[in-house]
Design a protein around this ligand. Structure first.
Ligand code: GLN
Length: 449
């Protein structure tokens, strides 16, 4: 495609739909992008001249990076995240920064300081979150590739709600250097795309060891990823997660499983076992880590400043009081409470122990099954405003997704079908470092459905 035409077409689409969708927080200048695309197609990279949308919690040198928070409203990072350097060295061109829940805390992209992103399939509904801007940018046809981050489902839920593909990679396969931290022990940057092949390409570009992130490991993801025939694949359906899902969602996932069975997969029924514990465990750990990570936004070292006069406590409270939104404050308060003397053992230590039990029980299931399957989300995409005032309802949307973050294993969401015009995603979890297998299965199923 001619660069002029490619960039012009892309911006035409954005101008037409973005007023409604609001996938981006920041869109770069069209002329600058065109120049970069022209430069980049001259070099031989795997993503030469390809436009990509980046979630706004990933540091981009010279491009505002807000985390959808007032506290970082005018923050321009002086450096690139490792994933961004990798993308650039393969010739990708950043088109802009996508909307998200504030500091990635949420499941609907509604906690953003800049207002909600809408689902291109039905603009009265949310695209899921927190990487909802990236997912909507894909579904609206702006771009073919996007990056998200996933702490407890933030790549997979939006993928599911927008009929796109998203991978939460095995912990340690992708560098978190330059990712604004929410909950370090749980989160990974990951690829989002409109098909399995692009997903695998993007993953192979961003994966790998990084000496700026000590938690990374040496991992090479092959591309092109080969289709995995699912004949004989041992698939464990997580009935307890299924039973926590709405019947509409369940029926689409059942249909998908029947297709897998007719392709020769061996479908067995099993249970996660600790399904009542995964959400409390996840939220206790996530909020604890969040309260610690967010202490740096005091308006002095980092973040929004009110220029208030007074003693440290007064200034600090005012800066943080105005800089953060409700959901972020709720988590800082709960996280600080959980970590305080007297409650630390009762909540935090107990959650760490439960996390270990959940990992062990998953480990046992992989003795019997190659992959574990469930709906990605227990519900259809909610209407804008439907869950945002009910945190417990919002947290419950993560029932299927948080387990793989707790267990450090890979998990992929792919489109299973539609219910009344609304996308439904199916989620696969695999053994640690089986990311390539999951993408191979995804590719196979994409070609038969
Ligand atoms: N909804 C979950 C949360 O709010 C997950 C978000 C995420 O993965 N960043 O913590």
């Amino acid at each position: 495609l001619d660069p002029n035409e490619y960039v012009a077409k892309t911006f035409e689409r954005i101008r037409k739909h973005e007023g409604k969708i609001k996938a981006f927080i920041t869109i770069r200048d069209e002329q600058n992008i065109l120049n970069e695309v022209k430069q980049s197609i001259k070099v031989n990279g795997r993503l030469s001249g390809v436009l990509i949308a980046i979630k706004d919690n990933i540091s981009t040198k010279g491009i505002r990076t807000t985390c959808a928070s007032r506290t970082l409203d005018n923050y321009v990072p002086p450096y690139d995240a490792t994933v961004i350097s990798k993308l650039k060295s393969e010739g990708a061109v950043i088109i802009g920064k996508t909307n998200m829940d504030e500091f990635a805390m949420g499941s609907t992209t509604e906690t953003s300081y800049y207002g909600p992103t809408r689902n291109p399939w039905d603009v009265t509904r949310t695209p899921g979150g927190s990487s909802g801007g990236s997912a909507s940018a894909l579904a609206a046809g702006y771009v073919e590739l996007a990056l998200g981050s996933d702490t407890g489902g933030s790549i997979r839920t939006p993928a599911s709600f927008t009929s796109t593909y998203g991978l939460k990679p095995s912990y340690g396969t992708v560098s978190r250097y330059g990712l604004v931290a929410y909950a370090n022990s749980l989160e990974q940057i990951g690829p989002m795309a409109k098909n399995s092949s692009d997903l695998a390409l993007l993953f192979s570009v961003i994966a790998g060891n990084d000496n700026k992130d000590a938690t990374t490991i040496n991992f090479n993801s092959p591309y092109p990823v080969s289709e995995v025939s699912i004949k004989g694949l041992k698939v464990g359906v997580l009935l307890d997660v299924m039973n926590n899902s709405d019947p509409e969602v369940r029926s689409i996932v059942r249909d998908f499983l029947n297709k897998m069975a007719s392709e020769g997969a061996v479908i067995g029924e099993t249970e996660l076992g600790m399904v009542d514990y995964v959400l409390p465990t996840y939220y206790i750990i996530a909020m604890s880590e969040a309260s610690s990570n967010l202490s740096r936004y005091d308006g002095v070292r980092y973040g929004y400043s009110t220029d208030a006069e007074g003693n440290w406590k007064e200034v600090f409270s005012k800066n943080r009081g105005e800089g953060f939104g409700r959901e972020v404050k709720r988590r800082i308060l709960l996280g600080s409470f959980i970590l305080s003397a007297g409650y630390y053992e009762q909540f935090y230590i107990r959650a760490l122990k439960t996390r270990r039990l959940i990992r062990d029980s998953i480990e046992r299931l992989f003795g019997k099954y190659d992959v574990l399957v469930s709906p990605t989300s227990p519900v259809l995409p909610p209407k804008i405003g439907e869950v945002i005032d009910d945190p417990v309802k919002m947290y419950a949307m993560d029932i299927a997704t948080v387990t793989s973050n707790l267990a450090a294993i890979p998990s992929l969401s792919l489109p299973a079908g539609f219910y009344n015009g609304l996308p439904v995603g199916v989620q696969f979890m695999g053994r640690y470092l089986s990311d390539t297998l999951l993408m191979g299965i995804s590719l196979f199923m994409e070609n038969v459905t």
